[in-house]
Design a protein around this ligand. Structure first.
Ligand code: PHE
Length: 440
């Protein structure tokens, strides 16, 4: 708890912006458009929004509450709240999920840094769709360069955690997140004026229920967990830093709204551009990297816009990698009873992450597996575990459990929340799993 005071957030809005900064990242701007593009556009969007409504609020609240009540990160939180070791596996799962995500996330962050350098050097001028795709392939096939560009964000993230500069990140998020949003609004406006952009808008926004398949549902659930950072303990850490009088419900809603807004904006930029320039919406993980430079070519101040955007994208990615790496670092500290201090933990985690990154860069199949398994399997299982842990073990409203003593409307809301955790969330996750396995 002493640590909580030291690194605690200075204001409510600071915590919201930091949590939103951790949630908003490549998941919204890189992954959302590519997964949506591969899964039927609007069909995916519908299921995604249903998943956000269904899972977002109860699970965000749950993680914040676990952190707030225990004052610990994932590993220590489950033990402190349950008073035994039976839920320790959830702490392990959170740490493992963080490692698997970091394995590929840092690689994509490396792509962003590489594109930032290219934007500075103005190399995209005059490229058409084919040239853009070929250029991306050329960049990622240069493995030593990719490795180097992936190591850079690991060093940056490690440095932030080493020097414990959360305050700086809080201040940075408060300025840069709104700037990123503004930039994206301008880009969406420009893209909408392109010839043929209406086909992209239809692809993304015109509801087509016929394309909803079990696979689309599974991918949408995974993307919801990934984008909101649910089910791997990242939000537990923010909960532990939360000022005691901060409202968990309001904070959760604000983070969800901001995160969803950025994902929608990313879609509203990418899909109209995809159709206007003749790209393939199901292009895969390279989608935004081939489409965005083409968008900047159409904008006024194209050099400045693309440099600014890729710089903001790199920062959005780093605020997410900080919250990811924090889960693993806190795990090492807490699991070793602080025998391994923060500095040693940062070094150990960075070393493990570097190995995972090397594997992802050298074996593209592993990249794909990490990307898929973390979102669609590990995070939903983590969320399922947390829902059952809190729903069935800790609902006691008289102080010992997770809910505060509450009366009137709050009591009713608390009841709805607990029942959602007990029944709705676990049932929905299990049904989606069974459905995608073809058992239902
Ligand atoms: N939500 C982040 C994004 O959208 C990724 C992330 C997942 C960050 C899990 C922390 C924990 O980019």
């Amino acid at each position: 708890m002493a640590e909580q005071k030291k690194t605690g957030f200075s204001s409510k809005i600071g915590l919201i912006m930091a949590a939103a900064g951790g949630a908003i990242g490549l998941g919204n701007i890189w992954k959302f458009p590519y997964i949506a593009g591969e899964n039927g556009g609007s069909a995916f969007l519908i299921v995604y929004l249903v998943c956000v409504a269904l899972f977002g609020l109860p699970l965000l609240m749950t993680e914040f509450l676990i952190g707030k009540r225990s004052g610990k990160s994932a590993y220590g939180a489950f033990r402190t709240l349950s008073g035994n070791n039976r839920w320790q596996w959830l702490g392990w799962l959170c740490m493992l999920t963080a490692l698997v995500i970091m394995g590929f996330y840092f690689v994509v962050t490396g792509w962003c840094f590489s594109y930032l350098v290219e934007a500075v050097n103005d190399v995209f001028g005059g490229f058409d769709a084919t040239a853009m795709t070929a250029h991306f392939q050329k960049i990622i096939s240069n493995k030593p360069r990719m490795l180097l560009f992936s190591i850079l964000p690991v060093a940056l993230t490690g440095a932030v955690l080493w020097f414990d500069v959360n305050k700086g990140i809080e201040r940075l998020s408060k300025i840069l997140m709104p700037l990123l949003l503004l930039m994206m609004v301008l880009m969406a406006g420009r893209v909408l004026m392109l010839d043929g952009s209406n086909i992209g808008m239809q692809f993304f926004f015109q509801a087509d229920f016929t394309k909803i398949t079990p696979h689309v549902i599974m991918e949408a659930m995974g993307q919801c967990f990934f984008s909101l950072s649910i089910g791997m303990g990242a939000l537990i850490t923010y909960g532990a830093y939360m000022p005691k009088n901060q409202n968990v419900v309001a904070t959760s809603i604000q983070v969800i709204v901001l995160d969803t807004l950025v994902a929608l904006l990313a879609g509203a930029i990418i899909f109209p551009a995809v159709f206007a320039f003749g790209f393939n919406p199901a292009e895969g993980p390279e989608l935004v990297f081939v489409v965005l430079p083409a968008v900047f070519e159409q904008m006024s101040f194209s050099w400045f816009s693309s440099v600014l955007f890729f710089a903001l994208l790199c920062i959005a990615a780093i605020t997410s990698t900080i919250s990811l790496m924090e889960v693993a670092v806190a795990f090492v500290c807490e699991a070793s009873n602080n025998k391994l201090n923060r500095h040693k933990s940062v070094l150990i985690v960075s070393a493990v992450v570097l190995v995972m990154i090397a594997v992802c860069v050298l074996v593209p199949q592993v990249f794909t597996i990490f990307d898929e398994v973390s979102a669609c399997i590990m995070m939903p299982i983590g969320a399922l575990g947390m829902a059952i842990f809190v729903g069935w073990n800790l609902p006691n409203p008289n102080g010992k459990g997770v809910l505060s003593p509450a009366k009137g409307a709050k009591r009713v809301m608390g009841k709805i929340y607990i029942n959602a955790l007990r029944w709705l969330v676990p049932a929905a996750i299990i049904l989606i799993f069974l459905n995608s396995l073809g058992i239902l």
